[in-house]
Write a protein that binds this ligand. Sequence first.
Ligand code: AQP
Length: 327
Amino acid sequence: MKTVFSGLKPSGDMTIGNYLGAMKHWPDQQGSARTIFFVPNAHAITVRQDPVQLKKRTYDLVAWLLTVGLDPEKSIILVQSRVSAHAEMCWILDNYVTMGELSRMTEYKDKSQKLGPEGQLVGLFNYPVLMAADILLYSSNEVPVGEDQRQHIELARTIAERFNKLYGETFVLPVATMPASGARIKRLDDPSKKMSKSDHPDSFIMLQEPLDSIKAKFKKAVTDSDNTIKYDKTLKPAVSNLLEIYSGFSEESIDVIVDRYTNKGYGELKTDLGELVVEKLSTLQLAFNKIRADEQNLERVISEGSEKAAEIANKKLSEVKEKLGLL
Ligand code: AQP
């Protein structure tokens, strides 16, 4: 049975980008694969976090995973800081990757520029190696991610190949898989950039967004120059982004939606999209609030999941240590 592995970092409140590009698709694989989903909270601290918020968001995130349909009986749900093998494996893999390779990571280049002096931390630079450790510890075959993470999975593969060549078959080579839709949802105020939970609030819609601000945010969303509704990512990036969000929430194909809006303008599309997202998120938020209220249950899910994960991860770590002569 193949292993599918993915995660979401608690570096901000989840956005509809994280939902449409990642979380929403994860339950589909339960039952037909060994599914492991994790909260990479150690990745989150590559950018300064308020400890109280970080803890709260970790529980929030686990509650979201349960809300979208992950079942702890069918999937392993873990929190990264509870499985120390991730940090140990990262140090080992650091010796099988070069500074040049890490310098070429697009996300590092973007973030280090955007964050100024704080973007110069070694943790941010080294982030893709910790990610490789996360993936390789569980012999992951497939890593479902949004488009932005593809480069990191390729690096994990390169590191695994390099290690295998030196010490014999040790790591499974992971492959990045992309969702059929929603792989790259853009900012509402700037469709040339990815929607990110750590950006300005006008740029995103949170899963926990108050319902009355959802419609207002879509109304304010930037649009393209002429008033025709067409899907063309190059010539009409803003409206194409709105169509992708529409399709992600309505489960209709983009063609069907475009047909419906022939001879209609951006205003109508934005109003309808606001209403659709309010309807979908209000249902999700109700379910989330119920699950989130029982923190004891969330703690149980985390402890049991992390324990199961540690068993798998420690086995792989021991195998690697043995090969390297580390007692
Ligand atoms: N805008 C997006 N569209 C589609 N998929 C997205 N993902 C993130 N943003 C979008 C996918 O969500 C998964 C988890 O991402 P993450 O939280 O671990 O890190 P990220 O990609 O760095 O997400 P953010 O929201 O941009 O966080 P910050 O602002 O903290 O850096 C991944 O599969 C990702 O592709």
